[in-house]
Design a binder for this molecule. Structure first.
Ligand code: HC1
Ligand code: SF4
Length: 578
């Protein structure tokens, strides 16, 4: 540990800590723009300059290591002048359209302008004189991600998030020099024609509005306001432990009831739970695993079985390793199962003959922590079951746009039924490792070993981006890959083919609770906090195994007959294409 002072406040920090760490420890706010606690810093924005006694030059606090005995000043008149000059360059290149920007109110540059009382009064310098091809600056080709590089502040966080210290997809990289420097796509292609898997981690990292999820929330508000169709919404498991952050609540605050109340105030006629779909997914996927085990590697279904509920991972396989498609579970994701049942299944039928016959349709929306779910909803074969997908961030925008006081909402909102009941097994889908644990619980039941096996498998849990495994008695060795980079590492050798019977892959670190559509957070422990909340919901749930879900049981007793039946396969399974 080393001791130093920041603005006269004595602090003790670990050896190797930066001045920014020391300032945080002292409770001193230092402005930042290109810094992100979970990505490497490069000190390019110069907003965090500090002065250290005895040193002639100001230092960027995010990358400069503190030394014992340093006397640090973060707020001198000189530093403010430097900051003002650097801001002038940034703002002269930034469009003046905050009022219409999708991140209005949650933009880090806008916050800096407000904190420092900067006025946008400088002559405009257009960003990037190299504006060919046409989609270089403005690219709306992807169903999941929009790029508007006229807003880029060149922080490089998207390059890191997509590259070496994040997803390792290398879709975005810097091109050009000097004032033309911009993070462009590989060979300057439209994003839809690159290897982008739609994970949205670049949008998570972007401090401004240069990279955002393809916005659907305007259409959702518009459609709800028209009140021409019966509307239904489903909410993903990871959303409820994060939405509160958009309203100043601590990460990991469980806001299920408030969120349901808000969705009702927004005008949805029915509020359902994606967790119901997750329980159903487990019924089909556990059955599929045991079927494949009976006839391993026969026909077009192979072991080990890869989970398929993460659309970023499915995209990755289709783009990069089509040879693995036969390993992917054909079970639809909970989002798509739920959508099919709402549009064409039990729920639509219950609304009346015209709905049952498909002459009229409910309007179906899902709220997801994931940008790739927008892409999943328009996949061939499932397209049409979900009309719009909004991220957790977009839901917050909708709530703010309608002036709903989230804090003040009652926390006792309850889901509608059917399609609203769920177990703890469904809730843990939100965390990396959770789908596998949930599948093990039901596979054990199907094998008559439910009482012999524990409910929880700690070796499969945690936020570290690694490949984890556990030997499950009577089932086999299973693995989980926390993040697409971990999956890529596992696939570098062929050992996985013999080692494991089933493998879960979630493209984003932490699983869905680290998804590209979750609230942006500067808390380095945000994933741990959300994850703890997810496991706590499971531990407190009266039912913790998917096959115990009575609405799922009723669905099989009626419309679907049995897991893996012809009817279940028609409605709840899908296919993949290279
Ligand atoms: Fe997920 Fe899933 S858990 S993929 O992680 O299987 O997005 O939350 O909704 O579909 O249920 C995401 C989360 C989510 C699906 C479920
Ligand atoms: Fe890279 Fe994911 Fe962003 Fe695509 S969505 S550019 S893969 S970080």
């Amino acid at each position: 540990m080393i001791k130093l002072t920041v603005n006269g406040i004595a602090v003790e920090v670990i050896d190797g800590a930066t001045y920014l760490d020391a300032a945080n420890a002292a409770g001193v706010h230092i402005p930042t723009l290109c810094y992100h606690p979970r990505l490497p810093s490069h000190g390019v924005c110069r907003m965090c300059l500090v002065q250290v006694e005895g040193q002639s030059r100001a230092q960027p606090a995010c990358i400069t290591k503190a030394s014992a005995g340093d006397v640090v000043d973060t707020a001198s008149a000189d530093l403010q002048r430097f900051r003002d000059q650097d801001a002038q360059w940034l703002l002269a290149r930034h469009p003046n359209d905050c009022m219409r920007c999708e991140v209005n109110g949650s933009c880090r540059l806008q916050n800096l302008v407000s904190e420092n009382q900067w006025e946008d009064r400088w002559e405009k310098i257009p960003i990037g004189s190299v504006t060919h091809p046409e989609h270089r600056l403005s690219d709306h080709t992807s169903p999941s991600i929009w790029r508007d590089l006229s807003k880029c502040v060149e922080c490089g966080l998207c390059v890191e998030a997509c590259g070496p210290h994040g997803q390792q997809q290398y879709v975005i990289g810097f091109a050009e020099r000097g004032s033309d420097r911009l993070p462009v796509t590989v060979f300057d292609r439209p994003l839809a024609d690159t290897g982008c898997i739609s994970c949205g981690q670049c949008t998570q990292a972007c401090p401004v509005g240069a990279l955002i999820e393809t916005p659907h929330w305007h259409q959702v508000l518009h459609t709800l306001a028209q009140r021409r169709r019966i509307s239904a919404v489903q909410v993903a498991p990871a959303t409820r432990v994060a939405i509160g952050e958009e309203f100043g609540m601590a990460p990991g605050t469980v806001s299920t009831g408030k969120m349901i109340s808000a969705l009702r105030q927004l005008g949805f006629d029915y509020v359902f739970d994606s967790n119901f779909g997750a329980d159903l997914t487990i019924m089909e996927e556990a059955t599929e695993l045991l079927e494949r085990r009976k006839t391993p590697n026969a026909g077009n279904a192979k072991l080990p079985l890869f989970t398929s509920c993460c659309p970023g991972w499915v995209n990755w396989v289709e783009i990069n390793r089509p040879d693995l498609l036969l390993h992917l579970s054909t079970t639809k994701s909970p989002q798509q199962m739920h959508g099919a049942l709402t549009k064409r299944g039990a729920f639509a039928g219950s609304l009346g003959p015209a709905f049952a016959a498909g002459q009229t349709e409910p309007y179906v929306v899902s709220v997801m922590p994931c940008t790739a779910k927008k892409d999943e909803a328009v996949r061939p074969g499932v397209s049409g079951d979900i009309d719009h997908v909004v991220t957790t961030r977009e839901l917050a925008r909708m709530i703010k746009a309608r002036g709903i006081a989230f804090h003040a909402l009652p926390d006792d909102g309850a889901f509608d039924h059917p399609l609203g009941a769920s177990t703890g097994a469904a809730q843990i889908f939100a965390a990396s490792g959770g789908v596998m644990e949930a599948m093990v619980r039901t596979a054990a039941h199907l094998l008559g070993m439910e009482q012999a096996l524990p409910l929880e498998w700690q070796p499969l849990r945690g936020v570290d981006q690694s490949v984890k495994s556990a030997q499950i008695p009577g089932i086999g060795r299973v693995a989980i890959c926390n993040g697409i980079a971990a999956a890529q590492r596992m696939l570098q050798t062929e050992a996985w083919r013999e080692q494991f019977i089933a493998i879960e892959v979630m493209a984003c670190a932490g699983g869905c609770l680290g998804g590209g559509g979750e609230p942006k957070s500067m808390d380095p422990l945000v994933l741990e906090k959300r994850m703890r909340a997810v496991y706590a919901i499971d531990q407190q749930a009266p039912l913790r195994r998917s096959h115990e879900n009575r609405e799922v049981q009723a669905l099989y007793a009626g419309q679907l007959q049995a897991p893996g039946s012809a009817r279940a396969r028609a409605l709840l399974h899908t296919s993949y294409a290279a």
